[in-house]
Write a protein that binds this ligand. Sequence first.
Ligand code: DGY
Length: 317
Amino acid sequence: MKKILITRRLLRSCEDKAKELFDANFNLNDELYSQKKLIEMSTGCDGILSALTDKLDAETINQLPESVKIISNFAVGFGNIDLEAAKKRGIAVTNTPDVLTDATAEIGVLLILGACRRASEGIEKAREGGWVWSADMLIGKQLTGTRLGILGMGRIGQKIAKIAKSLGMIIHYHNRSKLSEEKEQGATYHDNLNDLMKVSDVLSVCCPASKETINLINKDTLELLPKGAVVTNVARGDIIEDEALIDALERRKVYAVGLDVYKNEPNLNPGYLKHKSAFILPHLGSATKETRTAMANLAIDNMDEFFKTGDCKNKVN
Ligand code: DGY
């Protein structure tokens, strides 16, 4: 039986599945492993089932025991892993695409609605009590007829587009390449980010974090948005330059933000906390029972496939 390290707790049914297939070492207290601890815990392991909270940078990967042949990431994103370093060491890296598309798109739409309709302020007021309905209380932005700019029209972006269209939004997108008509669903393609920014009354960041996308949403690109635009991010915090976005909020260049992901999670830039118009969630994208179960099962299946065949369809390096 192959020996594996599972760095974070999984839902019980998934841990049971892992026990059946592998000699699995569980993190019973669900603590965040330091680099040193993760390396230590991997001793004698053939594989690591990692989570997005594990920083598997080159330094860590280079110190992993020789026996480790696969890192199966329990996430679709793999910005926490240095793919090049893993490749150099002959370690395969896999992810969990498809299974979290719907759940993450739901949160993407929640961010749009929450930011546009001032949900944070509404919740606060309702909890405080003593509010009296009035015609102008917490007036927000209606979505009907509003242009939604989607940065990264992959599976999650396409699903957000579909839901947003049913809410009467007009969809624009920027992607490395134009999609087929079937996938585009009537959306307008922009072959560069600047053009997308200019028509985005609401921006939805859905692209993966990579060397090319880090800080793509910055002082210069934010300036191109229509005045009073809304910025949402369901992908990765690294894509947004926080100081620039907070400054845009302060200047009312940006009306509101809806964020589920942050640079340096969980320590989000405190500038966001000062703004009532920041609708913020703690990285809930895939947090439903169905999706977390499917993700963990896929991460386990990826390992199993790799150990049996030496390859895996969800290999990303
Ligand atoms: C992912 O899988 O990348 C998600 O962000 C996890 O919620």
